[in-house]
Design a protein around this ligand. Sequence first.
Ligand SMILES: Nc1nc2c(c(=O)[nH]1)N[C@@H](CN(C=O)c1ccc(C(=O)N[C@@H](CCC(=O)O)C(=O)O)cc1)CN2
Ligand SMILES: NCC(=O)N[C@@H]1O[C@H](COP(=O)([O-])[O-])[C@@H](O)[C@H]1O
Length: 197
Amino acid sequence: MLKIAVMISGGGTDLQSIIDACQAGKINGTIELVISNRQKAYGLQRAQKAGIETAVVKKNDTLIVSMLKERNIDLVVLAGYLAILTDELIDAYPNQIINIHPSLIPSFCGAGMYGMHVHEAVLNRGVKVSGATVHFVSSEIDGGPIIKQVACDISDLDKPEDIQARVLEIEHRILPEVVGLYCDGRIKVENGRAKVI
Ligand SMILES: Nc1nc2c(c(=O)[nH]1)N[C@@H](CN(C=O)c1ccc(C(=O)N[C@@H](CCC(=O)O)C(=O)O)cc1)CN2
Ligand SMILES: NCC(=O)N[C@@H]1O[C@H](COP(=O)([O-])[O-])[C@@H](O)[C@H]1O
């Protein structure tokens, strides 16, 4: 069983999808720690309800690395974590940090593209499909190897919150799926590209 840490900043529905999958025996791993950079993140309550250790750490990747190493964490999941990771944390966990992003990378991603900002940009551009991406985290924001993407038709939607809701349904499926694949050793990175084996 791999040891997992999840980093959040908000409501934690993506975190909840992993908690639920672990409790259902769908992931060969256990969530050992949930870290938030925001004290009031509701996701902290979700973790505490599930009996998972929580911590609030703001702008201190040195401390985060020490907490992860102390707990022998194997996989770090960014589940709505809205801060940019420093190279200190990324280098400590090469291809061991994954992120969920609410668009089809490389579209609508990078600095400033998070949460509802993504769906507002998608609506304003008038694209007819959106979706979600799970990728490894690198120094380039949202530029790491893509592990899985699923698209959805949004041509019938005209509100960003409705696009968000449809994309979240995808997120809540593919994030636990990818975490499970990682825990089973079925994700490899070759020549900068991730593949499921
Ligand atoms: N080094 C990396 N750090 C992070 C990555 C990454 O790929 N490499 N992924 C992001 C997640 N993310 C999108 O998926 C993302 C998060 C936050 C931002 C952003 O611009 N944040 C603002 C502050 C937002 C706030 O605190 O309200 C900022 O830093 O100015 C962009 C993309 C996680 N980190
Ligand atoms: N760029 C990162 C980003 O925008 N992440 C997004 O934050 C939301 C967190 O929701 P949650 O708090 O309900 O899990 C999710 O939609 C996730 O894709």
